[in-house]
Design a protein around this ligand. Structure first.
Ligand code: DHB
Ligand code: FE
Length: 278
């Protein structure tokens, strides 16, 4: 059976990709953030996951206002990147895991989460940045990926409670997959920020979220979406990706690494690696 070995969450900022391309990982303001991934690299070398479930919010690259699923699951053989408005990027291809994708989709629908299924999906910076931090650089990744997209852009938005329950359903789906694969669940987003309002970061709320994600994720399900926007800014809603991750990585966890460092751009550099093998 498939096993969830851990959960990794991180904020995503497109300039992280530029820092990697320019070899600026050890420069201001990125150095502490990239250094925090050293223990992640060691842990991944040891645990060697086969698949990464990448939970993120799309930023208008794949879904726009005309077609905005609440939850969508990639079911493609491969996923490609594209121009997100910063100029044509070097083309990249990420290997999919369609059998696991379809199993997750079937299990989620049976569990009353009526997700969109995407046999074509363009992978945006939120998913790609997380993979490029976990396996540093822009080279091919040693895992297959299952992208799972959460609407954090346009109302009506899924509530924190719904997102946590969605993550729990993803966890049940993965654990019932009848193949011996090791699965890492990644959540990419947040924490507090509002694009266009540089410096609008709520460090104390971010710290609280990081504590609660580990020890008491249900506490975060008591916030409304409006509460999150008030406390963490409009893009603070990306916190939902951490809640989905934590729902999947349910039960006891060991914190392998956790760092909050702000700012690195509109947002802080927030990351956390949870071992779920205990
Ligand atoms: C930034 C943050 C994001 O979440 C994003 O999607 C793009 C940019 C930023 O902090 O600059
Ligand atoms: Fe974002």
């Amino acid at each position: 059976m498939a096993q969830i070995i851990g959960g990794l969450s991180t904020s995503h900022v497109p300039t992280i990709g530029r820092a990697i391309a320019g070899g600026k990982q050890r420069e201001v303001p990125f150095a502490p953030f990239f250094e925090a991934f050293g223990p992640v690299h060691d842990w991944l070398d040891e645990t060697k996951p086969d698949v990464a479930i990448v939970i993120y919010n799309d930023h208008g690259l794949n879904f726009f206002l005309d077609n905005m699923p609440t939850f969508a699951v990639g079911a493609a053989h491969e996923y490609r990147n594209a121009d997100e408005g910063w100029g044509p990027p070097a083309p990249r291809v990420f290997r999919g895991a369609p059998a696991l994708s379809w199993h997750i989709i079937g299990s989620l629908v049976a569990d009353e989460f009526d997700v969109s299924t995407c046999q074509e999906l363009i992978f945006d910076h939120a998913g790609i940045t997380a993979l490029d931090l976990a396996w540093e650089g822009h080279g091919p990744k040693p895992v297959a990926v299952v992208p799972i997209v959460v609407n954090a852009v346009m109302p009506p938005l899924p509530t924190p409670k719904r997102c946590y329950a969605f993550g729990q359903a993803i966890g049940r789906a993965i654990r019932s997959f009848d193949e011996d694969v090791k699965v890492l669940v990644i959540g990419s987003g947040g924490l507090s920020h509002e694009l266009g309002q540089f410096g609008k970061i709520n460090q104390s709320f971010d710290q609280l979220c990081m504590e609660k994600i580990v020890a008491d994720p249900e506490a975060l399900t008591r916030y409304s979406n409006d509460d999150i926007v008030d406390l963490a800014g409009a893009q603070g809603l990306e916190l939902m990706t951490w809640l989905v991750m934590r729902g999947a990585v349910s039960g006891d966890v060991e914190v392998i690494k956790s760092l909050y460092f702000a700012p690195i751009s509109h947002t802080g550099g927030a990351m956390m690696l949870l071992d779920n093998r205990c």
